[in-house]
Design a protein around this ligand. Sequence first.
Ligand SMILES: [Zn+2]
Length: 185
Amino acid sequence: MVDGTPTWRSPSLARAVAELEAELELAWACLLAELDVAPGTPEETALGWLVADGPDEHDWRVVDAALDRLTCPLCGSTLTHGPVTCHRCAYYHGMRFAARETDRPNVSPGNEHAIRVSFAVARHRARYSPRARVGYELSLPGLVAGELPTTAQAQAAKALINKLTPGECDEVVTLAEVEALARTR
Ligand SMILES: [Zn+2]
C-alpha cells in the first residue's frame, strides 16, 4: 500500500490485496524490461505518465502500478491517493477503469473486471461510502480465488448489506456476519 500501512478488514482481504500488489510490481517490472527503461530514472516517471494518460493501451495491473509511482502535481500525494477533493486524483482514479481486463483461464467471464474494481475500491476506500465498499471488500478474496457471484447472489448480498448501519458495514469481516446482523432487523 502506498499510503502507509492500512488496517484491512480481514486477514483474507490483506492477503488478496498483497497478492495483487505483487502482481502489479511484476507487471511493471516486465514493462520496464520490455522497453529497456531503468527503474528509478526520469524515463520511468515519463513512462508512468504515458501509461496513466493512455490506460486503454495497457493491462489494468500496469496502469495501477504506474499510478502508484506518480505524484499528484496538485496535492502532492501519490496519484489518486490524495484527498477526495483533489480533482486531479479523482480524474486519474476514474481514468484507470479504462484499462484492459483479461480474464484468467478457467474463471467465469467478468471475474477480472470484478477483481480490478474491488481492488481499486479497497485501496481507495475513502472515495466510497461504507455501504458501497463493504460488498467489494468482502468479495475480493473469493474473486482472487476464481469465484464470481451470480447477479442474483450479488443482489441478495446487497439487500442484506442495506439492512446494516454504516458503522456495521465497516466492522463486518464476513458475509456470514452480514447475514446474521441482517436477520435481526
Ligand atoms: Zn491529488
